[in-house]
Design a protein around this ligand. Sequence first.
Ligand code: RAT
Ligand code: ZN
Length: 425
Amino acid sequence: MAFQSKEELRSFVRETVRTTPISDIHTHLFTEDFGNMLLWGIDELLTYHYLVAETFRFYPELEYETFWAMTKKEQADLVWKTLFIDHSPYSEACRGVLTVLNRLGLDVASRDLEAYRAFFASKSTSEYIDLVFELSNVANVCMTNDPFVDTEREGWEKIDTVDPRFNTALRIDPLLMQWEEKTWERLQEWGYDVEQAVTDKTVEGIREFLRVWIRKMNPLYMAVSLPPSFRYPEQSARGDIIEKCIVPIAREFNIPFAMMIGVNKRVNPALGDAGDSVGLSDVRAVEQMCALHPDNKFLCTMLARENQHGLAVAARKFRNLHVFGCWWFLNNPSLIEEMTRMRFELLGTSVTPQHSDCRVLDQLLYKWDHSREIIANVLSDKYADLLDTGWKIKKKEIRRDVADLFGGAFWRFLGKPNPVEVTGG
Ligand code: RAT
Ligand code: ZN
């Protein structure tokens, strides 16, 4: 039945967006089997690196080491006092904490940090995972699985089956960013016959390393974060490894290579994870990658606002490119709105407008709540424009489109069944 008014249309879109389960295609969450690599609870929420960066701004005198030497609880106390009590918490990362508390049914107005702590202390990890998946209506998340992190590598030794709500992604930054400095020696230590130069022997060794981890993890994709200076093709160990190892192995296993481009790492190393910044990158590198390897699939997100238009245009040129997410410093309402609008206008439904990048499980509640609201608004405007032409929209078409935006388009791009559809969710 046709919509009687734009208001009716908007409320149907809002409801569909709210109730459609999501495949979250990039997070830093882990299954319970990885022990304390899975972060959750109020102290983890408050010490999220986005909030740590904001806290330091208020203490020009505070030594970085003094902060890092504090216990997690002390750090959380300082963040809470600084960003929530001494000032109003309307930055996106602060607001997120309050959305989480609210969604968990806690009394946000009380400002009672100890009461919040007591709530989390009363939950077991597995009970809490179930609760967050249910409340957030997220069907599955994709982890970031880095075999170069010791605890993670050791974790994999003990795991046979992975909780099906968690997909895997093989993260390979050290392979591409630090090959000559140190990674070649690590592979050698682990028994791969490689040397510092990217010779035929090294290429074979790296390929073998990738095969071993792909067989072990069964990742949806291989991923790397790259600096603004990234070019392709390029005459460097990184360029050679991409061309001779990553691209052929991605093809062998029919998985995409995900490029997250635009990070200037550690511009302020004392801030740890909070010390990375952003720079303008070269969309041409992405276009060349797609043009030179037409039988490969590429996922891409870029960090600079100024790169978003070029990237969306690149996806119009190359069907082997799938654009996703509003990454990191772009994950703010004003920018999500702008990017989503532009992407819908250039790419229709063949895009994955958002991923959460959650590092703390609870963040699934706010990142998706906030993004759902914006995506619903933009989508409503787009459908309203269609109504103005005389086009009639069916409810089932809206459901189809939203399912595509929340994972369907991604799974189709992978060439794999969407688990949400398989389970009829
Ligand atoms: O958004 C973040 O938390 C960043 O620190 C990074 O982890 C980034 O998302 C990445 O995956 O490199
Ligand atoms: Zn990330």
